[in-house]
Design a protein around this ligand. Structure first.
Ligand code: TYM
Length: 342
């Protein structure tokens, strides 16, 4: 990928999660575990994207707490505020300002092709907020307000990242500033990039699924995790010997993938361990593994939730550090566009 086409600035990682409910195993394996690894090798910003959340109505009495909850989950999973910047999007004005500039660069046709908008809006597309439509433009602004070069996300964000690259490239071309913005590279690889619903292996695990049994939440207790895996849909067969035998068995493939992602094994190694066994054996083993990995996180998560002041300190200092990076970048952007006073 020609990410750094003409771009010679520093490498920087940016990612975000919406404060719209408890995080689930997909968020954890698709993104959060990568955050924890990347903070050791890169300058990282991990945002709580509350401006994205309000593209659908959020109760003002809940929003700040929802934001703290995601920050607490970052911290509980091992994101270290001494290494990475953790902050709420709405505290750094660069996001909204650059989003407006990018609204004037991105084309309506580009946004109309966004499959996530089509899925979310459904038949109601005339009645959803303008913000929901422009959502991916704000996402591009998030990343590029820091000239971030790498973006760890799950596979569902691939199209949004392609749009970010298109916007960066068009800005660089339109204003004759090659290499001004990097073309941010998605970091999607890895076994957890697409975790599916426990009730339907063709649908991604999602906060918005009405069935709580479709997902494992980071806040679930031991019994709930065990029950959800026990109830997870499978078929009447056994765990197969070879990966190609998982074709046409999306639920089984998903459970094997979750086991692999949690254990650090390859899918084939998981099959080697369980081939020929029924799900009465495999599912409890998976539940034990999930509990072993998630319990320390949910314990720490509850500790942070009981100490909101500590979380608030992290968020406030993160916002200051983030603004220090974005402020000079935004001054450059205004100058490139030729605004008065620059
Ligand atoms: P959000 O809040 O829906 O999800 C947060 C992260 O979790 C990943 N994810 C999954 N990964 C694997 N399997 C799943 N079933 C699964 N479900 C969710 C998502 O891919 C994401 O990485 N638009 C983004 C938030 C955002 C953002 C950004 C991300 C706003 N600005 C800038 C990166 C850079 C979103 O709604 O994520």
């Amino acid at each position: 990928m020609d990410t750094q086409q003409d771009y010679s600035g520093p490498q920087r990682v940016f990612s975000g999660m919406q404060p719209t409910g408890a995080l689930h195993l997909g968020n954890y394996l698709g993104a959060l575990t990568k955050f924890v690894d990347l903070q050791n090798t890169h300058e990282c910003l991990f945002c709580i994207v509350d401006l994205h959340a309000v593209t659908v109505f959020q109760d003002p009495k809940q929003l700040a707490n929802q934001t703290r909850e995601i920050a607490a989950a970052y911290l509980a999973a091992g994101v270290d505020p001494a290494k990475a910047i953790i902050y709420p999007q709405s505290q750094v004005a660069a996001h909204t300002e650059l989003a407006w500039f990018f609204n004037c660069v991105a084309r309506v046709g580009w946004l109309s092709r966004m499959t996530q908008f089509k899925d979310k809006a459904g038949k109601n597309s005339e009645r959803v907020s303008v913000g929901l439509y422009a959502y991916p433009v704000l996402q591009a602004a998030d990343i590029l307000a820091f000239k971030a070069t790498h973006v760890p996300v799950g596979e569902d964000q691939k199209q949004h990242l392609e749009l970010s690259r298109d916007i960066a490239q068009k800005f660089n071309n339109d204003f004759g500033v090659p290499g001004f913005f990097p073309l941010p590279e998605p970091l999607i690889q890895g076994p957890g990039a697409r975790i599916m619903s426990l009730r339907d292996g063709t649908k991604k695990m999602s906060k918005s699924d009405p069935s709580d049994n479709s997902r494992i939440n980071l806040t679930d207790d031991v019994e709930t995790i065990a029950k959800k895996f026990r109830k997870a849909r499978t078929d009447a067969g056994m765990v197969p010997e070879m990966i190609d035998e998982l074709a046409g068995r999306p639920e089984v493939k998903n459970l094997v993938g979750i086991y692999a992602a949690l254990s650090g094994l390859k899918d084939q190694q998981v099959l080697d361990q369980f081939a020929g066994q029924g799900f009465g054996v495999f599912k409890p083993a998976l539940a034990d593994l999930a509990v072993e990995k998630l319990r320390p996180i949910s314990t720490r998560l509850n500790e942070y939730l009981a100490n909101p002041d500590e979380v608030d300190k992290v968020l406030a200092s993160g916002a200051e550090r983030a603004a220090k990076i974005s402020t000079p970048i935004m001054a450059e952007v205004r100058k490139v566009m030729g605004f008065w006073g620059t």
